[in-house]
Design a protein around this ligand. Sequence first.
Ligand SMILES: NC(=O)c1ccc[n+]([C@@H]2O[C@H](COP(=O)([O-])OP(=O)(O)OC[C@H]3O[C@@H](n4cnc5c(N)ncnc54)[C@H](O)[C@@H]3O)[C@@H](O)[C@H]2O)c1
Length: 173
Amino acid sequence: MEKTALISGAASGIGFATAKLFAKEGADIVIADLNDTKKDDVVASVKSQRNGTEAIFFKLDATKEDSWIKAFEETINVFGKVDIVCNIAGIGVFKNVEETSFDDWQKVIGIINLTGVFLGTKHGIINMKKNKSGSIINMSSIEGFIGDPNLAAYCASRGGAYASLLNHPPCML
Ligand SMILES: NC(=O)c1ccc[n+]([C@@H]2O[C@H](COP(=O)([O-])OP(=O)(O)OC[C@H]3O[C@@H](n4cnc5c(N)ncnc54)[C@H](O)[C@@H]3O)[C@@H](O)[C@H]2O)c1
């Protein structure tokens, strides 16, 4: 049976590339992204990777818990289950500590790069427990290991994703 992958940030960049690769490998895909401007093209491109692959677009705001809840509801309505969650949505703010505004900090740390990963992980666990198996792939960065002076909030957010969210014991599911 095909696996179903829900991928945040899948409308562009690494998320889009991941969606196409998973489709090629035989998964059905939920392309979950805030940016829906090219959704028809993105869905068509993902579906074209393999004969029989199904793909849908869901307008996800990864910073909002109710949006994640609806994304999982939609995934299960359409595909019956979710097997893989990839938390790839993220933003970068190229500023040092002095230049970083409080709003920049809140947006990068509190909203997208950490909160979004937390919410996707939490609701991924809740929904995949029902299958007794599943995979969660959280995108971080080399910038989570090193201190780049011009990426103050970004480094903190990616380090937080490593430290707090990548190390769930396998028994969680
Ligand atoms: N590009 C790199 O060199 C690099 C290196 C290491 C890690 N990363 C990480 O990889 C991820 C993707 O990076 P990318 O370069 O492909 O970026 P990108 O800007 O091409 O893609 C990010 C996607 O996330 C979406 N997004 C932003 N805010 C969102 C929200 N609130 N809800 C849902 N979707 C939202 C955007 O619409 C976009 O489609 C990021 O988490 C980034 O930190 C990137």
